[in-house]
Design a protein around this ligand. Structure first.
Ligand code: OFO
Length: 172
């Protein structure tokens, strides 16, 4: 069964959203670095890599189904935030938005009885549960510690540990 034109268009739009997510997290990483939150900046760099992995997973799927990936302009991401909490709150809100988009594609796949795409989307649905949990847990921690210098130092150090994992395994 060939992918419908509507499905190809929808996944192409999602590829753009995933690249935009990468762009947004890279922008967050640079902002954090400029604010001397080196650990949090590292965390965001890993997140950037994950998003590239998500885009490429859809890319490989569309190509693998014999269709054409059409790349569109990526919009400019936000570049300033008010605080470390503001960054992670923004990341959490962004992930909620992405979850809605993924669920929308799953609805379309169900309507079209497109089981192959649904199987791919199952991976993304699980991934979004994780993405939302990760960002909201960090935002909650930051709310608890408030503006205490010690707390911010500790959490920045903890976030920096994420760089030790293997982001390249993302999307497999
Ligand atoms: Fe691709 O999940 Fe985040 O945005």
């Amino acid at each position: 069964m060939k992918l419908s034109t509507k499905m190809v268009d929808t996944i192409n739009k999602q590829i753009n959203e995933e690249f935009y997510s990468a762009y947004l997290y890279l922008s967050m990483a640079s902002y954090l670095e400029s604010q001397k939150y080196k650990g949090a900046a590292k965390w965001m760099e890993v997140q950037y890599q994950e998003e590239i992995g998500h885009a490429m997973k859809f890319y490989a799927y569309v190509n693998g189904r014999g269709e054409h990936v059409v790349l569109k302009e990526i919009k400019e991401p936000q570049k300033e935030w008010k605080s470390l909490l503001d960054v992670f709150d923004g990341a959490y809100k962004h992930e909620q938005y992405i979850t809605k988009l993924i669920n929308g594609i799953a609805d379309l796949a169900m309507e079209e009885k497109d089981h192959a795409t649904l199987a791919l989307l199952q991976w993304f649905i699980n991934e979004q549960v994780e993405e939302e949990a990760n960002t909201s847990e960090i935002a909650d921690k930051l709310k608890l510690i408030g503006n205490t210098k010690n707390g911010l130092y500790m959490i920045d150090r903890e976030l920096g540990q994420r760089g030790m994992t293997t982001p390249t395994s993302e999307g497999e």
